[in-house]
Write a protein that binds this ligand. Sequence first.
Ligand SMILES: Cc1ncc(COP(=O)(O)O)c(C=O)c1O
Length: 388
Amino acid sequence: MSEAEGAIPARLPLRSDLIGEKPYGAPQLDVPVCLNVNENPYEPDPDVVQSIAARVAQIAHTLNRYPDREHVALRRAFSRYLASESAVALPVDQLWGANGSNEIMLQLFQAFGGPGRTALGCDPTYSMYPEYARDTFTTWKLAHRRPDFTLDVKATIMAIEKYQPSMVLITSPNNPTGTTLAMEDLETLLAVCDTAPVAGAGADAHPVLIVDEAYVEFRDPGTPSAVSLLAGHDNLAVSRTMSKAFAFAGARVGYVAASRGIIDSLRIVRMPYHLSAITQAAALAAFEHTDDQLRQVAHLRETRERTARWLARQTYRGTPLQVAPSASNFLLFGGSFDDRNRIFDELLARGVLIRVVGPEGWLRVCMGTDEEMERFREALVQVLRVVE
Ligand SMILES: Cc1ncc(COP(=O)(O)O)c(C=O)c1O
């Protein structure tokens, strides 16, 4: 279907704050090398494909019935996964799944945002957050990261005091920069959120701190995840996804680990049967092959490090490219591109799709297969010569 957008006819009573808005999303183009949406480029192994097909076939005869709206079997699988991946044991009532972490985040906004409420993010960061805020009538405010994209803890605390948000969102590793949040900084912010007041809420309420860990499996081995702090903090929510390292973006499965109170809040706002029986079956099958699904993560990490070193050796108009240190499966590079759209277009003309995102002067590239990265490098060398 064409993505061309017509104006919404004036006779349709579209919400006035949505007039002129465009649907969010990176271009979905049919090009040889797609490095623009931070997917895992490796397809599932044939035995994983077979398990998914078998699991879905098993439940197909039940499709006249609604699915388990509490998706208990899948929440058990999340629990087993976090126990092995992050060495944190969580009961089912501290876990919750949805159609991608996009839906998790929307449910968090539906439960804790809303009219009269403010959500605070730390930019540059994931560009969907303002959309969740808009869609839930939540005011969106920003604390700015430092020039090297690390979190400015002091500025963030000042913003918490100034805006009195009900939600504080921190992405780690951050998109589009790849920057991680230090555990001591997270602990500092959790302590602030433990007592900070919330505008538009009762006197006893304090902000929920949400750590979006969509890319966390790409972090350096041995680095703790925010889930390790859940035990002492009932105002912490850690959002995860199967879309990235787990190579399952097409299935749309995200989840959140949090206190029981936060999970029960999400259960109030969720759609009655939000996770289809097919989605649940497919995700259970994928978790049976966790090692296979994650097999390429170490290789993608190496690809990232190799690509970062290579990019830092390239020059744009005589100046070496900057590369933001990344713990994710993508790199933000450039820093001094005075016409990044031209570089994007020239790469696209050579069959390589990356992303114009983040601060002016930068571009983001996601790690592909070895062959795709070779195509990217060849194309970028040519483009940097053309734009000299
Ligand atoms: C930081 C971050 N959070 C969440 C998501 C959403 O992922 P999904 O809805 O596929 O789980 C993305 C996707 O790119 C992301 O970059």
